[in-house]
Design a protein around this ligand. Sequence first.
Ligand SMILES: NC(=O)C1=CN([C@@H]2O[C@H](COP(=O)(O)OP(=O)(O)OC[C@H]3O[C@@H](n4cnc5c(N)ncnc54)[C@H](OP(=O)(O)O)[C@@H]3O)[C@@H](O)[C@H]2O)C=CC1
Ligand SMILES: [Mg+2]
Length: 352
Amino acid sequence: MALYCRIAFRGKSFCCYRLLSTYVTKTRYLFELKEDDDVCRKAQQTGAFYLFHSLAPLLQTSEHQYLVPRFSLSELERLLSKFGQNAQRIEDSVLIGCSEQHEAWFALDLGLNSSSSTHASLPKSEMETELKGSFIELRKALFQLNPVDSSLLFTAQSLLHWHDGHQFCSRSGQPTKKNMAGSKRVCPSNKIIYYPQMAPVVITLVSDGTRCLLARQSSFPKGLYSALAGFCDMGESVEEAVRREVAEEVGLELERLQYSASQHWPFPNSSLMIACHATVKPGQTEIQVNLRELEAAAWFSYAEVAAALKRKGTYIQQQNQSFPFSVPPKLAIAHQLIKEWVEKHACSSLPD
Ligand SMILES: NC(=O)C1=CN([C@@H]2O[C@H](COP(=O)(O)OP(=O)(O)OC[C@H]3O[C@@H](n4cnc5c(N)ncnc54)[C@H](OP(=O)(O)O)[C@@H]3O)[C@@H](O)[C@H]2O)C=CC1
Ligand SMILES: [Mg+2]
């Protein structure tokens, strides 16, 4: 779908014959859905709904993968009426995206109670039987979802989680009201607007030129090491946060810093992961682990890290036991940073 655009120049509006791209028209449509409750309500009539129960998405098993079922508005209305609820519950849903053909996608949690709705949580196991699927914790389903589905479910779960935790105004204590799309909540008594938020987190792969530094927290699966991560403090730039986190967690000073990529990460709360590569000052490689933050940190060679990426990792000693050395899964930006480092190292060690 494409649109012609109208442009404003020196106070006058002109019809412009440039065809807007599919991406731009889709983006403008999503903007309209967020801004206009009536347009959003109308979009629900032809839209698709993803269902959750207490923040766990409804999934169906197929071979080794999970499928993510979607429902039309009429299917959803039939389902709600079967469980003794009316269609007003659908107003609790949040907009999570749309197709290139402008089919809007929504997520609805049937397990959470909302302050603006009088509807109780629906029974999980009866819903699962009816819907021929299971509500599975997103973190546990990650490895059996395709990347497109997981990205959509990350957004959905994060938005539903945010709304669940922001049902009351922190100034007046009154229930807040969400707009149709769920892009904000407003306090009816003082008109304060609350917008969904993500916490900025820096994640850094530190290198000394030949080795990279990986660390683990005691909550990680045995043998798993990752890049250094930490929440940005108030008032900090990304660069300052990276330098502080590295100094705080492993006692090292950085020399060079390079941005790589970013990722939205929904666990345990929404974070915007900002990923960087960094190098330490020459000759300053002695790690001093902050045991209040980390269980262990160590330098790993190219060969060790390359093998771990191929899941052929060597064994690592941990609390007098040995476990296979592993790195985070593909979906995590930590994996991407580690992979980039290995690829760069492989290129730079090629003969000229
Ligand atoms: N996608 C990926 O590849 C990866 C993602 N991550 C994510 O990055 C995040 C940060 O990593 P982590 O090393 O744990 O962070 P930190 O090194 O900053 O330490 C975590 C501590 O920070 C405090 N904290 C929690 N929430 C916030 C917040 N919003 N603002 C400021 N401080 C906070 C808590 O301390 P206290 O409880 O004492 O208040 C928590 O124990 C985690 O959510 C993790 O899931 C991490 C690595 C890889
Ligand atoms: Mg940390």
